[in-house]
Design a protein. Structure first.
Length: 441
């Protein structure tokens, strides 16, 4: 064949291959209209958290603990979030800055680098900690990952400006880097004054310290640093970004355990939206967290997947292919095949107090699905001797319910508001103000 003809032939073959390969892909990725109609929610059966995979019933706390809980944990790990490495034994901490007169004397501030490989090699996360200056120490602490860098949680010029990649649409971010204009941009979600006044500390880390939130083929962040797979082939149950951000929450707690000003047995992990998903997964795995709070976490967080209301498994995997492990894609459009649902993720936190919060206008996150998942966890909480969720029906708007499972749906949109924080502080007071941390065996 003459060279030109060969070139044309090659191009034809290539085009045919491209068409063939992209067709199923296009069919799969064509955005489906989200369903917001209750009448169109598919009929589904929720798996019973108190029945083992081999259909044996779970009748006592010991069977839950030794058999069912590990079974469920492994299922979520394999099919959804992926497997994260264990705590590195070379973890080290370095206090970058501390001030016992911060925020006009109201707070102790600390900024601590947590080096994952024990080296100052860029593989670290920076934890920002504020503690009430006047409270009796050690104090309980809310640990809350942030979206825009530690400098964005308060108008405090002493907070180190993050130098990492940051999402492009945030205030003051230029070329995916923070500028001075970024300071305090996320402050409305971190009412530090309210938290300190209630006697709690706040610890926060930028989730992008663990893994930048875009699909980079798992080259950057902790994936790049820790992954070494046989022949470079990434297993279908390798950790996604949510698992990495959750792993960071546990590393933050590793540090907090060493801080004499902090009561590490009373650390409340709270996260919003994708970081609410993160909080639930971290809290499910790491039983050191005394309370776990999911704020508007939606699909892949507190909301039941099988309802396919608002954001669906296919929609989330399509928009964020790096969030979950590859196995989770098998359930795109096939929620009925999921051998678990998110009520069982919440149940993994039992008997420790857990709080699920929704917002009326946050239909994308399926508030009803979030409530039903909290309710679906209730039998496990009761088996373990707690009061579980004290209601069977979804409460009215702005009528919080605080059992061992807490729930509220507030008016307004997808966000974290002072109202939400008032509930979280009241919930934490209720469970942690006694001498013995709740859920302590
Ligand atoms: C949305 C996503 C949600 C939620 C949210 C957020 O785009 O579909 O699952 O995580 O982002 O994190 O703000």
């Amino acid at each position: 064949m003459p060279i030109d003809a060969r070139r044309i032939h090659r191009r034809r073959v290539w085009l045919t291959l491209l068409l063939l390969s992209s067709e199923p892909l296009m069919a799969q990725t064509r955005p489906a209209e989200p369903n917001y109609d209750e009448a169109k929610v598919p009929s589904y059966r929720l798996p019973d958290p108190l029945v083992m995979a081999d259909r044996q019933p779970v009748k006592d706390a010991a069977t839950w603990r030794t058999k069912r809980r590990p079974e469920l944990l492994a299922l979520f790990e394999r099919e959804m979030y992926g497997q994260a490495p264990v705590k590195p034994d070379v973890l080290t901490f370095k206090t970058l800055e501390s001030d016992r007169q911060a925020l006009d004397g109201a707070a102790i501030r600390k900024q601590v680098s947590i080096f994952f490989k024990g080296l100052n090699d860029g593989m670290d996360m920076v934890l920002l900690v504020y503690l009430p200056a006047k409270a009796a120490r050690p104090v309980p602490v809310f640990l809350v990952p942030n979206f825009q860098g530690n400098h964005a949680v308060a108008h405090d010029p002493k907070i180190q400006l993050s130098t990492r990649w940051i999402g492009p649409n945030y205030p003051g971010v230029v070329n995916n880097r923070a500028t001075e204009e970024s300071r305090g941009a996320e402050a409305s979600r971190f009412p530090i004054g309210m938290i300190l006044k209630a006697g709690y500390g706040l610890a926060t880390y930028y989730y992008g310290d663990l893994d930048p939130d875009y699909d980079d083929g798992f080259k950057n962040g902790v994936h790049g640093a820790f992954d070494s797979f046989e022949r470079g082939r990434r297993p279908t149950d390798a950790w996604g970004a949510i698992a990495a951000w959750a792993w960071g929450a546990s590393r933050a707690l590793d540090y907090l355990e060493t801080d004499p000003d902090v009561d590490a047995r009373r650390v409340i992990l709270m996260g919003h939206s994708r970081l609410g998903k993160t909080a639930l997964w971290a809290g499910a795995q790491d039983e050191r967290f005394a309370i776990v709070i999911s704020n508007n976490s939606g699909c892949g967080g507190a909301a039941l997947s099988k309802r396919a209301f608002g954001e669906t498994v296919a929609a989330i995997n399509r928009a964020f292919p790096h969030w979950f492990c590859a196995n989770f894609r098998r359930y795109n459009g096939r929620e009925a095949n999921l051998p678990f649902d998110q009520h069982e993720l919440i149940a993994l936190i039992a008997p420790r107090p857990v709080y699920v919060a929704s917002a009326v206008e946050d239909r994308w996150a399926d508030p009803k699905g979030e409530f039903l998942a909290a309710l679906g966890a209730d039998p496990v909480y009761r088996l373990l001797g707690t009061e579980g969720l004290p209601v069977k029906q979804m409460p009215d708007v702005n009528q919080p319910v605080h059992g061992t499972i807490g729930y509220h749906i507030r008016s307004g949109k997808h966000d974290v508001t002072d109202y939400d924080w008032q509930q979280y502080i009241a919930f934490a007071d209720r469970h942690l103000r006694s001498s013995k941390p709740a859920g302590d065996p």
